[in-house]
Design a protein around this ligand. Sequence first.
Ligand code: FMN
Length: 393
Amino acid sequence: MSNLVDKYPRVSDMIDIAKRRMPHFAAEYLFAGTGYDEALENNRKVFNQIFLVPKYLKGTVTPVLKTKLFGYEYDAPFGMAPVGMTSLMWPGAEIALSKMSVKNNVPFALSTVACASVEEVGKHLNGQGWFQLYPPEDKAIRNDLLKRAKNAGFKTLVVTADIPASSRRERLRMAGVSVPPKNNLRTFFQAAICPSWSLGTLINGIPAFGTMDQYSNGDWHGNAKSKAGFAGSQMQRYLDWDYLKEVRDIWKGPIVLKGLMHEDDAIKTTKIVDAIYLSNHGGRQIDIAPSPLQILPDIRKKIGPNFPIIIDSGFYSGQDISKGLMLGADFVMTGRPFIIGLAALGSKGANHVHDILKDELSNIMEQICAKDIKELKNQKVLLGKDFQLTNFN
Ligand SMILES: Cc1cc2nc3c(=O)[nH]c(=O)nc-3n(C[C@H](O)[C@H](O)[C@H](O)COP(=O)(O)O)c2cc1C
């Protein structure tokens, strides 16, 4: 990573260039939160309230980042979160991210509403892919999706729980985000000033909902709806514990329940699926939600030391990842950083983001002589007074 790392040593060093290379509507889709972006901002601020107290005189070590999850050993305790409409933000993103994931042996979760289909992406994932399910109202569609994901070689299922309703996403409305992109003068102009994005889109094709589109063509139980409206109308609203149990009965591999924040939900989750995934959807759903980091220590206490916890929302560096692990998570996922890398540098950017995160995390571990992730998790941590939240009722 020699030249790239000198030019862009941190993920944050690529944000400006990524924004310049993406049409405005695509950049807004990636970077926006919801409402007044308060949850989005808090997701970042909270990291400044977590401190590691180093302990020395332990010799030197070469840290090993390998981490087991569901019996499989990944090379690092982080991966790519499910992100919808990925190729709208950077053409060919799903395939580039799959390749990054296989090359580095870290997970990649394909969204239900990604632009490339489960069948296309599955081919690149060596049987280790994660498929994210937005629970469809129509159970026939749900069952078909699960069957397709399994047949395409996906192993782990991520069921997203945190969108019983769409959020208002004010910035997306103003930017005119849609799939396929609106064919008007405004989007044409935005694309025209981003030649790499436009050329990539010409080569890869106009973004669509690769997996979902086949259900909106009228042949599927008479569900003839516009493609753009279909994803929203079918998904989101219908998850409850019974529905989840049905999914549990169908899917034979590991299941992760994503988007939870409340301790009651966390405790119930441990009885049905294989891991809980704390997330506030990157600040895109409820603007008054806390950062999942702020509830992580409590949830860890409530569900005990052994049930796997995955976390995301606001993790941009190896330092951030180390904080999540030290507070009780087993695995950290990250959404925007990998797309920032892709938009800034093309397909090699996803790899570069991986290398940065791994190098930063490894460096922290080396400095505190933590030989593995278990030792990292046992470090002494101090929390600033603005970190902890008190119960109001
Ligand atoms: C552009 C965008 C699209 C997303 N689409 C999905 C999705 O399709 N399914 C899902 O479960 N989460 C989705 N998420 C949420 C991510 O999985 C993840 O929770 C979030 O990005 C974490 O925050 P971070 O971007 O700060 O890492 C999306 C997030 C972004 C930024």
